[in-house]
Design a binder for this molecule. Structure first.
Ligand code: SF4
Length: 232
């Protein structure tokens, strides 16, 4: 079968450990107000086979060394879990480590099988309030929390990613709640606080889609540094 792919990044350093070959899978089931990949979710895509994608990733294997590998991002990659099962089997055959960047909002048997083959999960926890989660993200918070439980049960590792939006989810109490939640899970190796940026607004403009979080200000480095202190 083929996967629906928006784009590739050859030598990524932001989506997982080491140097990564990043695959951006087309489509998403959520509607996060700050989404910086609206083009990946709603733009064009091409179809590729698992063989073709692994053939591309293998070219960069020398750069991966011990830590790096392939990261499957999006969009929401787990919408195409059956295809990813095929892809990750080929990655294993070729000695390529695997990472999935997901919202954790989906679960089915294909995803269950895929998680068993995944070395690392980058899991978004977007805020701690269920009502806000449903309003601004499009799913109840139970979904990513159940996904986190599965990661823990399977003895897998994950990094939590949290986009900080000033005036929405940046209070010190909110970050304390995030820390309290994450402290319950020894599968979490790292929590990344990412500043909300508006550089993606041009993509919305080009696509004729309103940028839902245009009204919020960008998050400063000072805010991120201050909130990291709470996590420590
Ligand atoms: S889950 Fe990710 S790709 Fe999907 S809408 Fe939210 S930020 Fe965008």
């Amino acid at each position: 079968m083929n996967g629906r792919i928006h784009s590739f990044q050859s030598l990524g350093t932001l989506d997982g450990p080491g140097i990564r070959y990043v695959v951006f899978m087309h489509g998403c089931n959520l509607h996060c107000g700050y989404c910086h990949n609206i083009d990946v979710c709603k733009g064009d895509y091409k179809e590729y086979s698992a063989d073709e994608i692994v053939g591309r990733a293998v070219r960069y294997k020398d750069y991966f060394s011990d830590e790096g590998g392939i990261t499957i991002s999006g969009g929401e990659p787990l919408l195409q879990a059956e295809f990813l099962n095929e892809l990750f089997d080929l990655c294993e055959d070729n000695g390529i480590k695997t990472c999935i960047d997901t919202s954790g909002s989906l679960w089915n048997e294909e995803i269950n099988k895929l998680l068993d083959k995944t070395d690392l999960v980058l899991l978004d926890i977007k805020m701690t309030d269920d009502e806000l989660y449903q309003k601004h993200i499009g799913c109840p918070i139970d979904k990513p929390l159940n996904f986190l439980n599965k990661i823990q049960e399977k003895g897998k590792k994950c990094w939590i990613r949290y986009v900080v939006v000033q005036g929405l989810n940046d209070s010190e109490d909110e970050i304390r709640r995030l820390k309290k939640l994450c402290d319950l899970y020894n599968c979490i190796d790292k929590i990344e606080l990412l500043p909300f940026k508006k550089i993606c607004k041009t993509k919305y403009d080009e696509m004729g889609i309103e940028f839902p979080f245009d009204k919020y200000s960008e998050t400063s480095k000072e805010t991120i540094d201050r909130l990291y202190e709470i996590l420590r």
